[in-house]
Design a protein around this ligand. Sequence first.
Ligand code: PLP
Length: 436
Amino acid sequence: MKAGSSGNPTANLSGGASAFLAKRLNGVSESATLKLNAMVQSMKAQGIDVVNLTAGEPDFNVPDAAKEAIQKALAENKSKYTPVLGIPELRQAVLEKTHKQQPEIGAKNPWKVDEVLVTNGGKQALYNAFMALLNPGEEVLIPSPFWLSYPEMVKLAEGKPVTVDTRYEEGFKLKPETLRAAIRDSASRTGGAGPKVLVLNGPGNPTGVGYSLDELRALGKVILEMRDSGHAKNLWVISDEIYDRIVFDGKPFVSFGAACPELRDQLITVNGMSKSAAMTGWRIGWSIARKELTQAMMTIQGQSTSGINSLAQWASLAALKLPESVFEHQVKSFQKRRDLTLEILGKADKIKVVRPTGAFYAFVGIGSFLNDGEDSMGFAERLLQEAKVAVVPGTPFGAPEFCRLSYATDEASLAKGCERLVEFCLKQGAKRSSNS
Ligand code: PLP
């Protein structure tokens, strides 16, 4: 567990020649993948056959219903400012979706339409939440590996990201005893205050791992227990459920709000259209949280970006109303590609990978194939230059001996990329026993 560390090779944006910049930017990173992306682009421009397995977005098209709805909204001139919270029709649809996923909250203490805030993607919902909750130096527990934006957003909000390591051997899942220890440590570091926020993300980026109902219940129990014992008096849970629809093997998606409805008033559920409806560019996300917090997040949004693009909201409403069957082929296709990925990577036994249960990523342990002093950044560069495969290094996700491989690409390219990765690893051979 590392206090104040994201495992990120941070570019100090406010240092050196940019000393005029606000100190708030100290240690906040730009995207760590820019250099790699630039290399991919330049290789492609030279006509080199690069297989790009870095995509963070589905390769499917937007549902026709959304395309038709946006045209209709335009024809009807629904193009004025919308309420900062979002159009009521969309917020109502979000409520209905959420109550299906959080049935006990829906039955006993349902969310209200003014507890939904429509945002510029899931990202703005998360950013609003950190900005509204964090005082300088307050701790945010982030299970590692993590989506790389969490620690950076916490730093921008002047909070302190505290990563909580999960283990490959335990399927990269946060264990109740690990959470208990992390809360206790935080309480002792902060004079008893304890952490302000815990971030959960399932199915997760970069691991593709999701939690079962029992696993989430066990985590919820720890939070309630630690709250009662005074170690986590002010703890909020942010549950990032942006990959909710993309779950495999017939197992249902489980929302944290279903597992621990008792925490309703300390819970912020974040979701959106980007991944589950292949609408990344439309920038529609949302948060659901109790009214006082939603009002505060609305103030932040109202004074910065205002209500979200009106037409995209109408299109999202149409996509939200579609039956699950419309998206079945996408989920099936991701599952098939997950299986293909695991089958090919299985040919090199020193490549480690936890079986993803959702999303569209495989987090691949390449610790055995690192050169002395090298981490996944160096490995990814060599892989790109020598084997012509682009993957995202795990270092900015808090896992320097892993790389994230996305299977949001066609099967032929995926198979080619995975074969090249395996061949690259087998050719060079294991250099050491990995300690990840
Ligand atoms: N949360 C996770 C775990 C993600 O992977 C992403 C996008 O990659 C987001 C949130 C942000 O999603 P959006 O594009 O809706 O802002």
